[in-house]
Unconditional design. Sequence first.
Length: 149
Amino acid sequence: MAQFSVYRPWVVEPRSAFDELRRDLDAVFGRFGSQAPSVRRGVYPAANLYETTDAYVLTAELPGVSPDQIQISLEGSTVTLHGERKIDYAADMSAHRLERQSGTFRRAFDLPAAVDPDKVEAIHKNGVLELRLPKTPEMQPRQIAVQTG
């Protein structure tokens, strides 16, 4: 009797032990958007740190975080953002997808040099925090006049 194999185009056979492990983990945690609380989706908040001639500027995306939920500390040349984003859901809600993270966060950024702590400015606008961290006078560039002798 002839033996027939069933063609199943939707089944991808593993090519290696690694592929088999990934398939098993995808089955446990779900693929592309796991809702398991221990799975981190990325660094939060996303931030940029850049330098101008007279200051360092740190911007951080904090949508849904009110300014009173953000604490900023400066210790030497390290600036730390700490806060909490709360997302309230209705008690009778049935979630189909939860991608927005809620909870506390803490990020620390090492600056290349010390800044003037008395002149630091923080502005929270449209879900983006902008910290302006002025350089100390000795760290700012200056022009030196050349004298003739």
